[in-house]
Design a protein around this ligand. Structure first.
Ligand code: FAD
Length: 395
């Protein structure tokens, strides 16, 4: 009988892995378990908030995985993993045996790490850090906000999904407000003292949205301890802030199923062998994407896609008793500050004695003094990147 691989999660990591498992082995039995019938990407969800993309354009179907790549896509939720018995249990009660398991559940939130911010509070103060109904809710709140109102974001502590994401979001909200509610303000309360592509973001904000965005660093009062949904206030170290729309991006951990099955460490993330992404806790289980500790690779869709391909090839080699090849890992994160103003950070990574580390001299960030045409070109590359990575994962 052919070997069986089960993949948990049909996002950037899981969908890519299922497809590349098929590419590596035509005979493998591949089952992908994902509760949602369609996948809404976090990448470009900030552009929905900015009014330059529709929800439809960031929604992808699982049809190609089924019909073109022979993956059995099961719409269900994995509720338990049995590493010794090599099987998973689904919410429906069904069990699926596996020879190797891939776990790519993304992130979950540490509810109540900020007092008063639980799942219910996210219906009033959306996180929109998983794309879908939360994105739509936040967009509606922006549309309903008065001109002259305040949009307040509570940024997350490290490590979190998409390091430049909060700051790209602030840019896209500014893009929308500048056109429709130009008297409004954006305040970012950040527990950190620095963030990804900070110099480029701040220079772009000064140019495109002068005076509109205020970023408060952790050491200057940015640390938030509590929220009050009814009063629409946020309790920071030095001040209580009131706002019209509040976007709380909470501290994160690996997806719940990874925690529940003992794959995560005490900080909530999963240690893996960087060459195969096999868990350091349970043999036969590979953790990829945001849930994994992948050295210097960021928690990005691009990195999840890169890790998925490496894991797929490692799994097929291990099932055949062959040796696993040496891989290199890639990441690029584009951010749009406006539809015509893009910036990026890129890197190529290798395994070193410290784990996955960026090859010195590879990649880097966009030049500081680039002209308008350069920024426009980078914005164009961002759209090209999205089209190609989503075709790679779900096409
Ligand atoms: P996901 O893509 O989230 O997939 C996880 C899947 O697992 C989900 O579909 C979930 O339903 C499923 N799942 C969870 N638990 C179970 C279970 N128990 N059983 C079955 N299924 C389960 N990255 C970039 O590279 N470029 C960008 O421009 C970019 N922009 C971003 C903007 C925003 C606003 C945000 C929030 C993120 C952005 N990212 C970007 C990051 C990117 O979204 C994540 O890094 C990526 O989704 C990680 O892939 P993953 O497979 O780990 O998780």
């Amino acid at each position: 009988a052919s070997a069986k691989v089960v993949v948990i999660g049909g996002g950037f990591g899981g969908a890519t892995c299922a497809k590349y498992l098929r590419r590596a082995d035509a005979n493998l039995s591949i089952t992908l378990v994902e509760p949602n019938r369609q996948f809404v990407t976090c990448p470009f969800s900030n552009y929905v908030l900015g009014g330059i993309r529709t929800m439809d354009s960031i929604t992808h179907s699982y049809d190609a995985l089924r019909t073109k790549h022979g993956v059995d896509v099961v719409h269900d939720t994995v509720t338990a993993i049995d590493p010794a018995g090599k099987k998973v249990t689904l919410a429906s009660g069904r069990t699926l045996p596996y020879d190797r398991l891939v776990v790519s559940p993304g992130v979950d939130f540490k509810w109540n790490a900020i007092a008063g911010y639980d799942e219910r509070a996210s219906q009033t103060m959306p996180h929109a850090w998983k794309a879908g109904p939360q994105t739509v809710l936040l967009r509606k709140q922006l549309e309903a906000m008065r001109d002259g109102g305040t949009f307040l974001m509570v940024a997350p502590p490290n490590p979190f999904r998409c390091p430049p994401g909060p700051y790209e979001r602030a840019s896209m909200v500014a893009h929308y407000l500048k056109q429709h509610k130009p008297k409004s303000k954006i305040v970012i309360l950040d527990p950190k003292d620095a963030f990804s592509k900070q110099g480029l973001f701040v220079a772009g904000w000064d140019k495109l949205y002068p005076g509109m965005i205020e970023w408060v660093a952790g050491s200057k009062g940015g640390k938030v301890s509590a929220v009050d949904v009814r009063a629409m206030t946020v309790e920071a170290e030095l001040d209580k802030h009131k706002a019209d729309v509040i976007n709380v991006i909470p501290p994160q951990t690996a997806g719940t199923i990874a925690l529940r099955s003992g794959l995560a460490d005490e900080k909530g993330w999963c240690a893996v062998d960087p060459k195969t992404f096999e868990s350091k806790v349970h043999k036969g289980i590979h953790v990829i994407g945001d849930a994994a500790i992948a050295g210097e690779l960021p928690k990005s869709g691009f990195a999840a896609n890169s890790e998925a391909k490496i894991a797929a090839n490692a799994i097929v080699a291990m099932l055949r008793g062959e040796s696993v090849g040496e891989a290199s890992y890639v990441n690029t994160c584009y951010s749009l500050l406006s539809p015509d103003y893009g910036i990026s950070v890129a890197g190529v990574y290798r395994i070193t004695d410290k784990g996955i580390a960026q090859i010195s001299g590879s990649g880097g960030v966009s030049p500081k003094d680039a002209d308008a045409q350069f920024r426009k070109d980078e914005a164009k590359y961002a759209f090209g990147w999205y089209a190609s990575i989503t075709a790679d994962a779900w096409g």
